[in-house]
Ligand binder design. Structure first.
Ligand SMILES: Cc1cc2nc3c(=O)[nH]c(=O)nc-3n(C[C@H](O)[C@H](O)[C@H](O)COP(=O)(O)OP(=O)(O)OC[C@H]3O[C@@H](n4cnc5c(N)ncnc54)[C@H](O)[C@@H]3O)c2cc1C
Length: 470
């Protein structure tokens, strides 16, 4: 039985989506993860997952289309030179089905829909808890673990239908006659115990935004970013890329690394190399970005690359400021950040101004200009494209945090086709038999810039495609 198993490497959202899909098809699964617990970066996601033409959008009367709108926004964000139509079509055309799968098969609440940077329409779905990555990933994890426990109890002595092995780092792909036929993995943090397993392989090892070692992928492709902190867990070291390139897989766009504009600066540890992310949902709710003089300098719901570039020119410290209405919309997020000491709450503009040493008149001028006639940051120039209406007054309470750009996501990765097959680095780019990939380890889906909410979507869509193909 063991030879029929599909080996899923990585237990984040992409690996869990692939594994659950394989089980739905009656297949056998071995899931390996190098960490003692599953979840990867997926459990940290804080803004949500994109979907076009979803049930939640219909209920909220949001008129979206995947082809003219979701596809177009993703294509524009990727940039004409790096946009790959087949991958963008796979991502966007499968988005409604991905959301329906999460809600219907796993009972995940995705009823809150907001409009985030670079989207022309509200399409980023989240639950009411403010921790959508956890809500989604833990639901898939729970189902898989329950099936693994039941399988272990039923099949003592035989290979269970699904087996999960944690603290199992895959160190090599096994190759025979040009096909991938299995893996070798090392148990418990590398004490020398190497085990091999045979089967088709789905790589779902995540990206390389935490690969800041001197010979690492960031050092090779974007050395100037080594100075920045990261939002990623320490597992995100590009293992899948090394494993697959060792069997001739191709890569693309490795220099395309997303710097997210809003990592929290923790006042008690401002130089920490790993930083909490200030979710994009905060700007989506109407949060403002103010420079050291209390002035706005960018349209807050611009794309991440645009906001980051503007922040790098602005005089810092840059502060993210949420008025009472915006903070109420993302209350769970704000409560959490305040509890962590990353965000401060002020009774009103005067208290904030005094604490940070900016004249209150300047702050009130900035507030009065927000969304008013002549606001230079109200629109991206596409007509009805206005900012979220979140009034700022002299009396309302404010939530404020100092923020800084952080390495967040790696757009580059393994070259794959729209069927999640890993392509060889040879000029003919043929699929490598037996090798599939999904999630952040794959490259090319987002081109130059990933839109908020499109990575969880990529994990679910390509995880389901890979799980459906093997
Ligand atoms: C703070 C934060 C907030 C985010 N918010 C959002 C959001 O709101 N919306 C959105 O769309 N995206 C968001 N993202 C991005 C998104 O969470 C990730 O890109 C996505 O979850 C990646 O999923 P994945 O399954 O590919 O990888 P991961 O979830 O990172 O999982 C990879 C897994 O592979 C395992 N692994 C790695 N190497 C090996 C090996 N050699 N052997 C065995 N196992 C291995 C790891 O231990 C890990 O468990 C956010 C990211 C961060 C860090």
């Amino acid at each position: 039985m063991t030879s029929q198993r599909t080996i899923v490497v990585g237990g984040g959202l992409a690996g869990l989506s692939a594994a659950n899909t394989l089980l739905e098809r009656g297949k056998f699964v071995l899931l390996l993860d190098k960490k003692p617990s599953l979840g990867g970066n997926s459990v940290k996601a804080s803004s949500g997952i994109n979907g076009a033409e979803t049930e939640a959008q219909r209920e909220l009367k949001i008129d979206d289309t995947y082809i003219s709108s979701s596809y177009a926004d993703t294509f524009a964000s990727a940039g004409p030179d790096l946009a790959r139509p087949a991958l963008i079509t796979a991502l966007t055309s499968n988005s409604a089905a991905a959301i329906a799968w999460l809600t219907d098969s796993f009972g995940v609440d995705l009823s809150v829909v907001s409009r985030l940077g670079g989207h022309t329409i509200p399409r980023t779905h989240r639950d009411k808890s403010g921790a959508p990555g956890w809500a989604i990933t833990s639901a898939l994890m729970k189902k898989l673990m329950a099936l693994a426990d039941a399988a272990a109890a039923e099949t003592a002595g035989e290979s269970p239908r699904v087996e999960i092995i944690k603290s199992a780092r895959v160190v090599r792909l096994l190759e025979e006659g040009g096909a991938v036929v299995g893996v070798e993995y090392e148990l418990s943090g590398g004490v020398g115990d190497i085990v091999s397993a045979r089967g088709n392989v789905i790589l779902a090892t995540g990206g390389y935004a935490a690969d800041s070692s001197p010979a690492g992928l960031l050092a090779q492709h974007r050395p100037e970013l080594l100075a920045l902190s990261t939002t990623n867990g320490d597992h995100a070291t590009g293992d899948g890329l090394r494993l697959a390139t060792a069997v001739s897989a191709g890569t693309c766009d490795l220099d395309q690394v997303q710097v997210h504009p809003t990592g929290f600066v923790d006042p008690t540890n401002p130089d920490a190399k790993t930083k909490f992310l200030a979710a994009e949902a905060l700007r989506g709710a109407g949060g403002l970005l103010l420079d050291a003089h209390g002035k706005r300098f960018v349209r807050e719901v611009e794309r991440r690359d645009v906001v980051t570039a503007a922040m790098q020119k602005a005089e810092g410290p840059v502060r993210l400021v949420l008025g009472a209405k915006a903070a109420a919309e993302v209350k769970k997020h704000c409560d959490f950040y305040v509890s962590k000491g990353l965000m401060k709450q002020y009774a009103d503009a005067a208290a904030f101004a005094e604490d940070v040493g900016i004249p209150v008149e300047t702050i009130l001028d900035t507030f009065a200009g927000y969304g008013a006639v002549g606001d230079p940051f109200a629109s991206s120039g596409s007509g009805n494209d206005t900012i979220a209406p979140a009034p700022y007054t002299s009396t309302g309470s404010l939530h404020v945090a100092i923020i800084t750009p952080v390495v967040h996501y790696t757009m580059g990765g393994l070259t794959v086709d729209a069927s999640a097959r890993v392509l060889s680095s040879n000029p003919n780019q043929l699929p490598i038999p037996g090798l599939y990939a999904a999630g952040e380890v794959i490259g090319g889906v987002h081109g130059r810039n990933r839109l908020a909410g499109s990575s969880l979507l990529e994990a679910v869509v390509f995880g389901r495609i890979a799980g459906g193909e093997v």
